[in-house]
Design a protein around this ligand. Sequence first.
Ligand code: RB5
Length: 166
Amino acid sequence: MESENDIEKGSTENRRETMSIGIAADHGGFELKVQLVAALTFAGYLVKDFGAFELIDSDDYPDFVVPMARAVSEGKVTRGLAICGSGVGACIAANKVTGVRAALITDSFSAHQGVEDDDMNVLCLGGRITGSALAWELVLAFLNAEFKTEEKYIRRLNKVTALEKR
Ligand code: RB5
């Protein structure tokens, strides 16, 4: 007989099979991206890597983050991960894309609450700030969280979305 844990595990596995994750990084986030792509793939997620594909110190985060953010906005991937050295530039660039709700995250509460309350769809990380073990915990918290479709959260989200229509 299936235990509650098995059911939970099963539903997590189903989510992994149906979720595709876009990921992008500049040179500052390159090493963390390599680690996260490997961990996500090993865990069974479908990963779409938007680069950078080699470590070039002079590359620019918008060149990788914006195409990934557009893929999130257009529904080509379910959620996105954007990484630069601090995570700040990646977050600013991602949020310029209509339909993207990106946040720079360094704690596990915000990693899931940002999805549950605010429908965050891009998690930004600082490759020079957050170590790989913590980053992986933040990514899992983000990917396992779902937007709570309560009236108050939808009402707030609609007020944010309205800003994009001006
Ligand atoms: C690149 O050196 C660095 O400025 C960039 O990765 C990022 O931290 C920007 O926010």
